[in-house]
Design a protein around this ligand. Structure first.
Ligand code: NAD
Ligand code: MG
Length: 400
């Protein structure tokens, strides 16, 4: 038996982080937790430190890190670090083999890039990192010896349905040369697929977070309800699989059994299916090219009553349209849209704006900030900051 893979888990206390730790619990001989990180959740981190004895635990918030250090006491072997630089340090460390990038939002960009630059095996859940920096991200990947494996269920499904040659050239795979016609990105349509349009103004955060098929963090749950999530995934797919506009299509599939598909020129469509549980794509990325037990139950076809598909309605889901348009406008546009969306979703979750304001704010920010060239990560971070500032200004005018 080869020695266990040393893992850094960015965002260890979140939904993806917790599922990753569940898979490690099922396969303890294959993995060792080298570092765990979170923003500020002291109690959850204390329990994880006691269970996994990681070499490092990072809390971005300094007061939270001090509290965790005090609670663990002198007998603990875990070194507690604070701040954003420490997130990058525990990705770059020579002892680390694999980094699970599962921080939510733009905050995940720099540590994920640090893992790429340090030639790690990078399991990418943090789609916002790729949305913000697509071209530069893929360039950095190509310059490194890092291996990138998509965790997002749709991209993982597409990856599983692609030929080996494409899997080995993520970010620059010539789809046409491999006989691929199109990537079919499926999405459930979220909790409001069939709700009367007029009722969307009054949606509450609890209703928006109540996804019919998937259990996820709050930000991505709201993104699924607006279908901004599918828009971010469209941009993510564009970069991961180097597609042209005619090579990706969004298909609504409310049952979430098919997690995405690849259509070939001979008429074949290869789909990846399973129960809607992120542990399947996480386990696949962790063990690729092998397979391990994820703890997910087998799909029982006798229980599948409906199996339906439809086209997305942009009137119902304006965020999806905004994201697809931004994808072809350039890097400033996708960076600005991502930042605006993070701010507007947070404002909605804090009951400061209406559900339907999210798309309106995102559109205004995209129009004002989403132009100009970004040649470096610093340029991208500048667009991100400006878009956040402008979003806050609009929200101050909207909220009561
Ligand atoms: P979550 O909100 O449940 O967890 C987020 C994690 O990131 C937490 O550990 C939190 O402490 C940490 N974090 C938050 N803000 C931070 C900051 N500013 N600095 C450092 N750490 C910070 O989120 P999630 O649902 O697990 O999603 C994580 C990522 O995975 C997102 O990018 C999401 O789009 C993607 N993703 C999630 C799912 C899912 O099913 N949950 C599916 C596909 C992709
Ligand atoms: Mg997804």
């Amino acid at each position: 038996m080869s020695k266990p893979q040393q893992l850094t888990i960015l965002g260890a206390t979140g939904s993806i982080g917790s599922s990753t730790l569940d898979i490690i619990r099922l396969n303890p001989q294959r993995y060792r937790v080298f570092a765990i990180t979170a923003q500020q959740s002291v109690e959850k981190m204390r329990l994880l430190c006691e269970e996994f004895s990681p070499t490092y635990a990072v809390l971005v918030d300094k007061a939270a890190a001090d509290a965790l250090r005090a609670q663990l006491g002198k007998q603990s072997t875990t070194v507690v670090l604070a701040g954003t630089d420490a997130l990058c340090d525990v990705c770059r460390d020579d002892r680390v083999d694999t980094v699970m990038a599962a921080i939510v939002g733009a905050a995940g960009l720099l540590p994920t890039l640090a893992a790429i630059d340090a030639d790690k095996r990078v399991l990418l859940a943090n789609k916002e990192a790729l949305v913000m920096s697509g071209d530069l991200f893929i360039k950095r990947l190509r310059q490194s010896k890092a291996i990138l494996l998509p965790v997002d269920s749709e991209h993982n499904a597409i990856f599983q349905s692609l030929p080996l040659k494409a899997q080995q050239r993520l970010g620059y795979c010539p789809l046409e040369e491999l006989g691929i016609n199109k990537l079919l990105l499926t999405g459930s349509g979220g909790p409001f697929l069939n709700a009367p349009l007029a009722s969307l103004d009054d949606v509450t955060p609890e209703q928006a977070c109540n996804h019919p098929n998937w259990s996820m963090g709050r930000k991505i749950s709201v993104d699924s309800a607006t279908m901004m999530n599918k828009g971010l995934e469209y941009i993510e797919a564009r970069w991961l699989f180097d597609t042209r506009q005619d090579q990706i299509e969004v298909v609504i599939h409310p049952q979430s059994v098919i997690h995405s598909m690849v259509q070939y020129i001979d008429g074949s469509v290869i789909a990846q299916m399973g129960l809607p549980d992120m542990k399947t794509p996480i386990a696949y990325a962790m063990s690729y090219p092998e397979r391990i037990n994820s703890g997910v139950k087998a799909l029982d076809f006798s229980l599948l009553k409906d199996f339906t598909f439809q086209q997305p309605d942009f009137e119902r889901f304006p965020c999806l349209k905004l994201a697809i348009d931004a994808c072809y406008q350039g890097q400033s546009a996708t960076t600005a849209l991502n930042a605006a969306n993070e701010v507007s979703v947070a404002a909605f979750l804090a009951n400061r704006i209406r559900f339907t304001d999210i798309a309106k704010i995102n559109e205004q920010v995209l129009q004002r900030i989403g132009h100009g060239h970004t040649r470096s990560i610093d340029d991208i971070l500048e667009v991100d900051v400006k878009a956040r500032e402008y979003s806050h200004t609009i929200i101050a005018g909207v909220s009561t």
